[in-house]
Design a protein around this ligand. Structure first.
Ligand SMILES: NC(=O)C1=CN([C@@H]2O[C@H](COP(=O)(O)OP(=O)(O)OC[C@H]3O[C@@H](n4cnc5c(N)ncnc54)[C@H](O)[C@@H]3O)[C@@H](O)[C@H]2O)C=CC1
Ligand SMILES: O=C(O)C1=N[C@H](C(=O)O)C[C@H](O)C1
Length: 251
């Protein structure tokens, strides 16, 4: 049995993870921790893998503390920048298990979202225009979503590798309507009661459009991906930092 502790266990995602870990045949719940709890309670003796779903403002601090505790960590929380990822790599290198410890961060654990992202990167070099629209529940604290930021970076990298010109856009006045520009890609965020987690990637050429859309209607959609990551970290995932569930899928 893989012993799994959950940090952020009382949250929308954390409570689903507690249920999934409890019900899966090969995992068992070790500790369920939330705000105010002491992370030094998590040790290699009681925990094989920690799953962290908290808030962007605290996740880095939690992950650094958990690396210090010597346990492997699966992270679903958003808000990761290159600077924060570099701090995780440094902490792993100078931590208690530099050759074997693993941290895995996924912008999105839903297979629909991971595939949408993958297909978008494949499509990027064939279209003059590309924009991303993400749509979420109104209780989400960050915008744009971590997934949309990841998608925008992926599209931008593919366009750059293909030597493409900047996206055509004659806008001269913009009070914010054109969204946030990430690596040259416009990203728009919608917050609407009734929605859960959704993303559309729009690609355009003269006379044609490709739309790639992923919809997570329910948080159960993230649980197979979370359990896959837990199993991979307890198994043959490489040591060090890995970002993106695509690394654990046969794409
Ligand atoms: N990677 C993925 O597939 C997904 C990622 N997310 C991300 O996961 C994060 C959490 O989302 P939700 O569960 O909806 O948020 P939430 O607000 O429902 O839950 C966050 C939980 O973290 C707890 N918390 C806050 N500070 C803490 C601390 N210092 N230590 C321990 N626990 C602490 C809160 O008390 C709360 O229970 C967000 O960044 C969200 O964008 C959400 C869905 C899927
Ligand atoms: O807060 C959410 O709900 C979600 N957050 C992640 C993100 O910001 O990309 C993943 C998914 O979109 C749900």
């Amino acid at each position: 049995m893989i012993k799994v502790s959950v940090v952020g266990a009382k949250g929308r995602m954390g409570s689903h993870v507690v249920e999934a870990v409890t019900n899966a045949p090969d995992t068992q719940l070790a500790l369920a921790l939330d705000a105010g709890d002491d992370l030094t309670a998590v040790t290699p003796e009681n925990t094989d893998v920690v799953v962290e779903f908290t808030v962007p403002s605290v996740s880095l601090t939690n992950v650094l503390a958990l690396i210090g505790q010597g346990v492997d960590v699966v992270v679903g929380t958003t808000g990761w920048t290159e600077e924060k990822l570099a701090q995780v790599r440094e902490a792993l290198a100078s931590g208690p298990r530099p050759d074997t410890q693993k941290v895995f961060i996924a912008p999105n654990f839903a297979i629909s979202a991971v595939l949408a992202d993958y297909f978008a990167v494949k499509a990027a070099k064939y279209f003059e225009s590309a924009e991303v629209i993400e749509l979420h529940h109104p209780t989400k604290v960050d915008a744009p979503s971590g997934t949309a930021i990841h998608t925008a970076h992926g599209i931008a990298a593919a366009r750059k590798a293909a030597g493409m010109a900047p996206i055509p856009d004659a806008t001269e006045t913009d009070g914010g309507s054109r969204g946030q520009v990430i690596d040259g890609i416009h990203v728009h965020a919608v917050r609407l009661r009734g929605l859960n987690a959704h993303e559309e990637v729009l690609f355009g050429n003269a006379g044609e459009q490709l739309t790639i859309r992923a919809d997570s209607f329910d948080r159960t959609s993230f649980m197979p991906g979370v359990l896959l990551a837990v199993r991979k970290l307890a198994g043959d995932a490489p040591a060090g930092l890995t970002v993106g569930l695509d690394h654990f899928l046969d794409l």
